[in-house]
Ligand binder design. Structure first.
Ligand SMILES: Cc1cc2nc3c(=O)[nH]c(=O)nc-3n(C[C@H](O)[C@H](O)[C@H](O)COP(=O)(O)OP(=O)(O)OC[C@H]3O[C@@H](n4cnc5c(N)ncnc54)[C@H](O)[C@@H]3O)c2cc1C
Length: 388
């Protein structure tokens, strides 16, 4: 049986001072009123171009991010690496709209691929398609709306960016994960990802798509994709997540009078996530999977299934991933048992990363979320260490 309760392992990289600071931070983000007011104040301060760095950098930024540049992340990469945890560098600029920004983001991703090539602690690169493209245009393409000539050229440049990144993945042998987005652009993202998989996954699982298992069509999509990939003789590769945009998805479906793409309740999402994990493990000969979750049960199911099937813990086609600063008890305990574990390590200038940090704080505040568990474990470790 896998257990995530060993707090000595979970927090072994944290000094007692760091432990106390983390406890303080999780108490803060565990306060819904404070997070709500703080998020609002931050958004307003950013809008008014009021300096926020002094408040953000030493607190949430240092906890949830690796640094402001790729090289700033070296310390985090090395620290995680010492505990057998790998890093996925995640350039976290969100809500960008200009061609210059998209080109800049593309170059950042290419730089993370090169960094990964030269660093054994970085097994994958990652990108978010909306970091390379205007969401409104992707939506238009997905809806098969007629594009102007200018828009056609713009879409051509988006596809070229994706192609450039995937070609670099092939050239360097560094696999790339492509994040999943809102359903109103995910179909066009799927189409681009499939094209890249059919081109580059012939010899190894190099291009990973992402499946949001809160969507009730994703298990069928996974099964159908595996069938089609086999017909074409390519490897399947997916990161499995539950999905980050539930409220937005439901609100939009309601507004437009459409059926919601999301399962009606959490148990149904949990069941689909675990079914998808088992399906990938059942087909492991040509399906690579990254189990991207902070859910203890889902991680335990995947790990225990591997053990019961006598699969090596470090099977090259199976990895686990959590976000930096969250669920260390899962990451560190899985790594201690020899599983392939990664942390998404977000980086970017403090101001640019703020939307990501607000989402993290809000996610940690939700009742069903993580904070009470994180707090319980942090307190347990302070008691074990007799930290005052
Ligand atoms: C490494 C990593 C990469 C990620 N990449 C992406 C990505 O590319 N795209 C993306 O969208 N998200 C991504 N996420 C975020 C992810 O989708 C989840 O939002 C987050 O991880 C919380 O889910 P969980 O499985 O960790 O935990 P849990 O706490 O077990 O699950 C919470 C999740 O369950 C689902 N849920 C909650 N309530 C209900 C309900 N009433 N009905 C139906 N479903 C419900 C929601 O998806 C919610 O986020 C990533 C997460 C990680 C760890």
């Amino acid at each position: 049986m896998i257990s995530f309760d060993n707090t000595e392992i979970a927090f072994k990289d944290k000094s007692s001072r760091e432990l106390k600071k983390t406890l303080w931070l999780f108490r803060l983000v565990g306060n819904p009123g404070l997070v709500k007011t703080g998020s609002y104040a931050l958004k307003t301060a950013l809008f008014l171009k009021f300096p926020v760095r002094w408040a953000i950098k030493p607190t949430v930024f240092d906890h949830f991010c690796g640094g402001e540049t790729i090289d700033d992340c070296d310390e985090t990469i090395a620290k995680l690496g010492q505990s057998g945890i790998q890093t996925i560098l995640d350039y976290s600029a969100e809500g960008k709209e200009s061609e210059e920004d998209f080109e800049y983001t593309k170059n950042q991703i290419l730089a993370t691929i090169l960094k990964a090539k030269n660093n054994p602690h970085i097994p994958y690169a990652v990108f978010k398609p909306s970091g390379l493209a205007r969401v409104a245009l992707l939506e238009k393409v997905q809806n098969r709306e007629k594009l102007t000539e200018k828009e056609q050229q713009e879409f051509g440049r988006i596809k070229q960016r994706v192609e450039t990144i995937c070609a670099k993945a092939k050239e360097t042998g560094v696999p790339v994960m492509i994040d999943a987005e809102e359903s109103w652009i995910q179909q066009i993202v799927d189409e681009m990802v499939e094209e890249m998989k059919f081109k580059y996954n012939k010899e190894e699982p190099l291009i990973f798509g992402t499946l949001q298992m809160y969507r009730h069509d994703r298990l069928d999509y996974l099964k159908d994709f595996v069938k089609r990939a086999r017909e074409k003789g390519v490897f399947t590769a997916f990161k499995l997540v539950r999905g980050a945009y539930m409220e937005k998805e439901r609100a939009r479906a309601k507004k437009l009078g459409l059926p919601s793409p999301i399962y009606p309740d959490k148990p149904a999402t949990d069941e689909a996530f675990d079914q998808a994990t088992l399906f990938c493990l059942d087909n492991i000969e040509d399906v690579a999977v990254c189990v991207g979750t902070h859910n203890e049960k889902s991680c335990a199911l995947a790990a225990e299934t591997m053990i019961s099937r006598s699969m090596p813990a470090d099977h090259p086609f199976v990895s686990f991933a959590q976000l930096l600063g969250m669920s260390d008890h899962i990451s560190y305990n899985l790594a201690a048992e020899g599983f392939n574990v990664c942390k998404y390590v977000p980086y970017g200038p403090v101001k640019t990363v703020v939307p990501y940090l607000i989402r993290r704080a809000e996610e940690n505040t939700s009742v069903a979320g993580q904070t009470s568990r994180e707090l319980f474990l942090l307190k347990k470790e302070t008691v074990r260490r007799k930290v005052q």
